[in-house]
Design a protein around this ligand. Structure first.
Ligand SMILES: [Zn+2]
Ligand SMILES: [Zn+2]
Length: 190
């Protein structure tokens, strides 16, 4: 679904003609925003601990799903966002760009770049949970750090595509300085 969204937006954008300066700004803004969103959603939403509020239990589906992912890190279907969620988010994503962008060309660029970032995240996260052998230094760093997050200590290394975001938010200790967490497979006991 994400691949189709990316391809459709890319083809439509190529057919729409030359690229404007505003679109270069859109690409730059998404490039800065995406790694921060990745970090914030992982740290704050996926690792949200169930709590009671005014008698109600607050435990979002995404957090439950992520707890399951930590419990079963080699069950590959849980490495992906639920397909129903993707199917729901794609039309919302297109609508937001269509409403927010002043022209269709800018909207198409936004859909392509933001959708492309989501697709890259999903694919790279999937690879970090397989026996895939990274070929670049950057990919080796991403894989190593994500394995630390899963098997060393779940309170660190939330960043993904841009590992240095962890340094920005001080969740980037030297692994030797961090105790192995007994709860990294079972987040509920954290
Ligand atoms: Zn993972
Ligand atoms: Zn996690």
């Amino acid at each position: 679904m994400l691949g189709l969204q990316f391809l459709a937006a890319a083809i439509a954008r190529i057919l729409a003609g030359p690229v404007s300066g505003t679109e270069a700004i859109v690409v730059a803004v998404v490039a800065v925003y995406w790694p921060l969103q990745e970090y914030a959603l992982h740290r704050k939403m996926l690792h949200f601990r169930p709590r009671r509020w005014m008698g109600m239990k607050i435990d979002p589906l995404a957090s439950r799903y992520h707890r399951h992912h930590h419990r079963h890190p080699w069950e590959l279907r849980y490495t992906f966002l639920p397909s129903r969620l993707i199917a729901m988010l794609i039309p919302i994503h297109v609508l937001v760009w269509w409403k927010a962008a002043p022209t269709w060309e800018i909207a198409l660029t936004g859909i392509m770049v933001f959708g492309g970032a989501t697709l890259s995240y999903e694919w790279i996260h999937f690879l970090t949970h397989t026996a895939y052998r990274p070929r670049t230094r950057w990919m080796r760093t991403v894989v190593r750090r994500h394995r630390w997050h899963h098997f060393k200590n779940e309170r660190y290394w939330f960043a993904f595509i841009v590992p240095m975001v962890d340094a920005l938010f001080l969740t980037d200790p030297a692994p030797a300085d961090v105790a192995t967490s007994p709860s990294c497979r079972d987040l509920e006991t954290e």
